[in-house]
Ligand binder design. Structure first.
Ligand code: ZN
Length: 536
């Protein structure tokens, strides 16, 4: 039994006559019992027909009233041209009679009748065949998932048709003084999910289809035949339809909903038939789109090579270096997680000719649309080995899956962290080991660093204060020594050594009273205590 009340009878009658499908009738009667939608639509239709013809007497009465008030309502906006109605059920609009129900039954028994509101979505596009198609598309993608959420994208003109149909029943309701709130009407999307979720779940072998999941299966419908339904809104509400770069059409669902909220009933009815015109075809389902939320992987990397950039080095579309740290790490990770893409970030970065030694530099990767999202500790360890065996230019440690939130810890307070370096320094004047030992005693030396010339093309000109916490020297020969530095993150080491034409003050040239240059630089440690270390 459908949960309908006597007051619903005229609405049911009116909607069936207008060319609504059985499930859309339930929606407009605000039926929220999901089982009512799940039963075969033909059964629902039969029940609806039985319902409206059940108490002939009361129906006749109500139709009489209806006819009377219709005649009296001179201020009503004009109905759409009679020819459109005539196609459905001649005479229904102006003088409903007992024959109408029969006329509707006859018409609705025909298989080819596409619903004027849902454009077939709650009809043949909503059933086992469609559910199996969706399930097959999901299976073909070979995702790993426990649950899924079904999302539905409908053509924007469905809102226009919904609005038209709502005005159609509202008119009736006003005459009967029954309050009907548009928000109480069950949405096509909602009804579609009620019907399809269980069927898709079954077709996928019992996976849970839920309202929130990491894995989303998107079903999209289009209906080119009625795309023009929305066009009149553009002239009545030009503000709502502003061209945007990314969208193909200005008639997005959101813009249409906004325009429908603004437009007056009278204006709407002047430009759009009420109820909507009969379509000749159903919506077309587009390819099923699967999307898994990102997985985040973090670790630390060493770089042992002085000719490897951190990220792909491309100038004017041309590659300057064969590979990069990012690519060497990403390739095996992407294939393990079968991800569609990635974003790489790290705690600072080193120049192409700088090595990163010690415990390495923390990095994190966002893996986009991963088909696999869980790897065991053992599998992560194997992945780490795969990366490390693929190249001797880099090495990765502490590779692990982290949360999106944890990832932000890497960037947090980055400026306050310390970094340790070793620089190979050349001096113009010959030196003896005694000449440089005084440097070991310098503590917390504050530098004023004007943006280095070499990064001026990408960083704003400014003077930044940075602190060298401590230094240590190791004499090599009369023109060379190793300089160890513990500095605040963000200190430009190369510029401190050669002075950058006086742009960094004080600098090593000033301290040693001779020209100095930096021949090699190694990052010894990046003191960020994230990600947590994993014992070997
Ligand atoms: Zn429908």
């Amino acid at each position: 039994m459908l949960p309908l009340k006597e007051k619903d009878k005229p609405i049911v009658q009116k909607l069936l006559s207008a060319g609504c499908c059985a499930r859309c009738v339930l929606r407009f009667c605000c039926v929220s019992v999901q089982a009512a939608y799940r039963q075969p639509q033909q059964d629902t239709l039969k029940e609806l027909q039985a319902f409206i013809s059940s108490t002939e007497n009361s129906k006749a009465e109500s139709t009489e009233e209806n006819t009377k008030s219709h005649g009296a309502a001179g201020s009503e906006p004009p109905d759409d041209p009679p020819s459109k109605r005539a196609k459905l059920a001649p005479g229904v609009a102006d003088a409903p009679s007992e024959e109408d129900a029969a006329a509707v039954v006859k018409l609705k028994d025909g298989e080819s009748c596409v619903c004027v509101v849902c454009l077939g979505i709650l009809q043949e596009l909503c059933g086992t065949t469609q559910a199996v198609k969706i399930a097959e598309a999901v299976k073909a993608e070979k995702y790993e998932f426990d649950t899924l959420v079904l999302s539905v994208s409908l053509p924007a003109q469905l809102c226009v048709r919904e609005h038209s149909c709502w005005l159609h029943v509202k008119k009736e309701m006003r005459e009967k003084s029954v309050a009907l709130d548009k928000d109480d009407v069950v949405q096509v999307k909602e009804a579609f999910k009620w019907i399809m979720q269980g069927q898709v779940a079954k077709a996928l072998g019992g996976v849970a289809v839920v309202t929130r999941s990491l894995f989303e299966v998107g079903v999209e419908f289009t209906h080119p035949e009625t795309d023009a339904d929305c066009h009149f809104l553009a002239s009545s509400c030009p503000d709502c339809f502003k061209p945007t770069k990314n969208k193909q059409s200005v008639f997005t669902r959101m813009a249409v909903v906004k325009a429908l909220e603004k437009i007056s009933d009278g204006k709407f009815l002047k430009h759009y038939p009420c109820p909507p015109a009969q379509p000749t075809s159903s919506c077309s389902p587009r390819d099923v789109q699967c999307l898994h939320v990102s997985v985040f992987v973090a670790g630390r990397y060493n770089k042992f090579c002085r000719s490897l950039p951190q990220t792909p080095w491309v100038i004017d579309g041309e590659r300057r270096m064969e590979s990069s740290v990012e690519e060497l790490i990403a390739a095996p990770v992407l294939s393990s997680f079968r991800a569609g893409g990635f974003n790489f970030s790290s705690s600072g970065r080193e120049d192409v000719d700088v090595r990163t030694l010690g415990n390495g530099r923390p990095f994190a990767m966002e893996l986009l649309n991963p088909h696999r999202s869980r790897l065991s500790k053992v599998e992560m360890k194997q992945l780490q080995e795969t990366i490390n065996n693929s190249s001797d230019k880099i090495r990765v440690r502490d590779l692990q899956i982290v949360t999106r939130e944890a990832m932000s810890r890497m960037k947090e307070g980055e400026e306050e962290k310390t970094k340790s370096y070793t620089a190979l320094v050349w001096t113009q004047k010959p030196i003896q080991s005694e000449d440089i030992t005084f440097i070991d005693d310098i503590k917390d030396l504050t530098l004023d660093q004007k943006t280095p010339l070499r990064v001026l093309h990408r960083r704003a000109l400014a003077i930044r204060q940075r602190v060298i916490h401590s230094m240590s020297t190791r004499f090599l020969d009369s023109h060379h020594f190793y300089l160890g530095l513990k500095t605040q993150a963000g200190t430009y080491i190369k510029e401190f050594v050669h002075g950058d034409f006086g742009r960094t003050k004080p600098n090593l040239c000033q301290l040693l009273k001779t020209d100095t240059d930096i021949l090699e630089l190694d990052v010894e440690s990046v003191d960020v205590d994230w990600p947590p270390s994993i014992p070997e």
